[in-house]
Design a protein around this ligand. Structure first.
Ligand code: PCA
Length: 212
């Protein structure tokens, strides 16, 4: 059976949980759209996360890869449009590193587009009444770093598509006034994204971006 890799991250920034970690754990082993999901956790560490991701890609040879991460402050499930070649950390990673204005890949291109059908994913989520929008920036912390590292690694894997989806905080993480979603909704959202990505080769052309 063909496989789909879903990665999540360990908690970071003093948190005890990370919704993306739970998503990868819970979807591991599920069969979606005829593909077996392999769920793995990446360290929230610059460099080490991409080394681990490349190792997992070699080990599992997936047909499709969706990396998932937490984006505190966002209210929607946000497939990311583009990964940029810069690390610029506002806080230290889990190994204490805080790179500033450093490239993810020295002499790599400025950016890589997601090869997921981001608009079709957003449309499907909204049809299921899950808040969703295309995001135009994955930030410059470890998530963008992994997204860029993933797309860079996929250059040499013909036909393998991939991208990144940010999710809001969990209900139990959010402080007063912060947007959040339940774990169950997030798991359903990423499972839907897998199904849509597997069956959609050409993305829809319609508005679906965040307004800011
Ligand atoms: N979110 C962070 C890194 C790990 C995670 O889950 C980010 O958005 O960069």
């Amino acid at each position: 059976m063909k496989t789909v890799l879903i990665t999540g991250f360990e908690p970071f920034g003093g948190e005890k949980i990370n919704p993306s970690q739970e998503i990868a754990r819970q979807l591991n082993g599920r069969v979606i759209a005829g593909r077996r999901v392999i769920g793995r956790i990446l360290p929230c560490v610059f460099g080490a996360a991409n080394a681990e991701l490349r190792r997992i890609l070699r080990e599992t040879s997936p047909e499709l890869v969706i990396a998932v991460g937490q984006a505190g402050g966002r209210a929607e499930i946000t497939p990311e449009r583009v990964a940029i070649n810069v690390d610029d950390a506002r806080i230290a990673d889990n190994a204490g590193a805080q790179p500033v204005d450093a490239p993810v890949v020295a002499r790599g291109p400025a950016a890589y587009w997601s090869t997921l059908p981001v608009k079709a994913i957003v449309a499907a989520l909204r049809a299921h009444e899950i808040p969703a929008a295309v995001s135009q920036t994955a930030g410059t912390f470890v998530c963008n770093h992994v997204f860029y590292g993933l797309m860079h690694a996929l250059r040499s894997r013909r036909g393998v598509r991939g991208g990144f989806i940010h999710v809001p905080l969990l209900l139990e993480q959010a402080k007063k006034g912060q947007p959040s979603l339940s774990q169950q909704v997030m798991i359903e959202a990423i499972a839907l994204a897998v199904a849509v990505a597997v069956r959609t080769r050409r993305d829809r052309r319609e508005p679906g971006g965040q307004t800011h």
